[in-house]
Design a protein around this ligand. Structure first.
Ligand SMILES: CC(=O)N[C@H](C=O)[C@@H](O)[C@H](O)[C@H](O)COP(=O)(O)O
Length: 237
């Protein structure tokens, strides 16, 4: 079942429909509408945050869902599905895949990454695991631990990973080059050209969030481009 699901993602566009509490589109209805729009547009899957959003999206949209649950604990920097408590809730909500922080940082419950993955597998053998990593070494470690997919989600979002404005094409290329586990290219993909570069680098699929589902950021891009043009004009006179 996992293999069929993973094959279904191949060469596809996965749309991340997420809005946090402080964002204008916050709310499960909004995210479900985004997911339906993504499905109409030809997406192959949805990435969604919180049990509630996942449940509503699964009810309205027929695409498979990569579920995660962002929760902040005081004693850890890990916030993407940090413990088994969050895993249980997103699986109950209907997630087909579970995305987890797969960095080596200390987890809130102190569980070693190996232990966490082992118990996730034991408890939920039919759920595919998406390992969100920030570096090549973390990706390899998750391949050793037999994650079903590795995603470059956290590149640029840990203190020790490459910080850059564009997607981490090189990380995609290095991980995909190992030909061990399918690799998702995720993070800061803004254009169709970025997507094509990810596929050239060997990505199994691409995950696009902000560029499709955060209108405030999309607007800002246009506004900044216009402002920049104005500044260039002023300097020319
Ligand atoms: C780092 C982190 O917490 N990333 C989150 C992961 O679920 C989301 O906030 C991103 O929107 C998603 O990864 C897609 O990336 P982008 O929005 O750049 O296309």
């Amino acid at each position: 079942m996992e293999t069929a699901l993973i094959n279904r993602l191949k060469a596809g566009c996965i749309v991340s429909c997420q809005a946090l509490k402080h964002e204008p589109l916050f709310g499960s209805d909004m995210m479900a509408a985004m997911a339906v729009a993504a499905e109409e547009g030809g997406a192959v899957a949805i990435r969604a945050n919180t049990p509630k959003d996942i449940e509503v999206i699964k009810n309205r949209c027929s695409l498979p869902v990569i579920g995660l649950y962002k929760r902040i604990y005081d004693n850890s920097d890990i916030y993407i599905t940090p413990t088994m408590t969050e895993v249980e809730q997103i699986v109950s909500a209907g997630a087909d895949f579970v995305a987890v922080d797969a960095t080596a940082r200390t987890r809130p419950d102190g569980l070693a990454l190996e232990e966490f993955i082992r118990s996730l597998r034991e408890r939920f053998p039919s759920v595919a695991i998406v390992a969100d990593v920030s570096t090549f070494e973390e990706g390899v470690r998750m391949m050793d631990l037999q994650a079903d997919l590795v995603s470059t989600t956290l590149s640029g979002y840990t203190s020790y990973s490459l910080q850059q404005q564009e997607p981490d094409f090189e990380l995609v290329r290095r991980l995909a080059g190992l030909k061990r586990v399918p690799v998702l290219a995720e993070g800061r993909i803004w254009t169709a050209g970025d997507c094509l570069r990810c596929f050239e680098a060997g990505a199994h699929a691409v995950v696009i969030g902000t560029a499709i589902t955060r209108p405030q950021e999309i607007t800002k891009r246009f506004v900044e481009a216009i402002r920049h043009r104005g500044e260039v004009d002023m300097n020319a006179h």
